[in-house]
Design a protein around this ligand. Sequence first.
Ligand code: AMP
Ligand code: GLY
Length: 425
Amino acid sequence: MNILLLGGGGREHALAWKLAQSPLLKTLYAAPGNPGIAQHATLVDLDVGDHRAVVDFCLRQSIGLVVIGPEAPLVDGLADNLRVKGYPVFGPGKKAAQLEGSKGFTKDLCKRAGIPTAGYERVHSKGGAMAALDDFGLPVVIKADGLAAGKGVIIAETRQEAVDALDFMFSGALGGAGAEVVLEEFMTGEEASFFALTDGSAILPFGSAQDHKRVGDGDTGPNTGGMGAYSPARVLTPELEAEVMEKIIRPTVDTLAAEGMPYSGVLYAGLILTSEGPKLIEYNARFGDPECQVLMMRFDGDLAALLLAVAQGQLADQGPVQLADRAALTIVMAANGYPGTPEKGGEIRGIDAAQASGARVFHAGTAQQDGSLVANGGRVLNVTATGDTVGAAQAAAYRAVDAIDFPTGFCRRDIGWREVERETR
Ligand code: AMP
Ligand code: GLY
């Protein structure tokens, strides 16, 4: 089977690495890909925004499965346009992808399905928001409804901060994403991510992870797309996982199916473990980046077969996902300046040395330039290792980081600290 993988970050490098190991695979194509993905796939120059061009490519290369990595093409309806032409796609259609594309859509779904989540109100104007603000205590969470690349959530500690946040949201700074806003009650508890594959009816858990959103050690500084992650997140005990499946994932899948927009792909649930039990913070309609990298390090099955079963509505025939008990941890090496304007073009050396001891270096934002590997994005490398414990995986991953020579880059030195602290308690 020929597979087309869309995307070009560390998540897609990890997916490409696993897909390439499948006995089902004939040729793996990737667009736009990156130098790491190119080790496993033929890179093709395809504009994912041009749906007709993607469909034409699938026809020409007899593609048997399209795997869509990032959210934007999902929210844009690419999966629907491929399915209409008969191509199996891993990833939800436009309607179901609203789970990620519209925070208000997800909150309304939670209300209809009785899914535990923060109390909320959807507002469409500054005036409406100011009136609604009085219904909330402090802190209050203010979210742009649409995709905002991690910039759409503000936790306001004071009323003035809330007013400033609303001014920002309705100023147009976030474009269409901020035209509608969701006000939310602030929840407290430890956060964890949970992943599940579904074809719209069957559901298979795909493990848990925790990431580190702040740029600096000790969870300080501005938010990022994620500076590192590990899996499993043992705070999500088997009992809590069962509760999440029953109270959050199952009702989501069933409600969307009953309402004529069945969800097919991976559900990435951002959870908060409150004193009242796990609650949903948000959904993503794709694998997390860099959470996917650690999940793939633990996954021992045939990824192409599994994603194809999802795409073809045959997940019920698959056994449980084979996730190894070992822990995996990934450290993001970012370019100086990230999450602001990252420095481009800095040379990277030492990847082979870093991988010599069994670690894997996934490329997130790299490019080949005059025979050298250089930084070409904010998050540049995902240095990933496994171990019997998160502590062992952490030690192995930092040894690999230290073998890499990337003078214009940086990383956090404390990825996994919560779990390592628990393990040594
Ligand atoms: P989101 O993009 O919705 O995941 O929000 C980003 C981050 O904001 C989450 O990872 C949480 O740390 C925080 N957050 C979002 N919503 C809430 C909430 N209702 N209560 C507390 N923290 C929240
Ligand atoms: N690491 C967070 C995300 O993928 O959304």
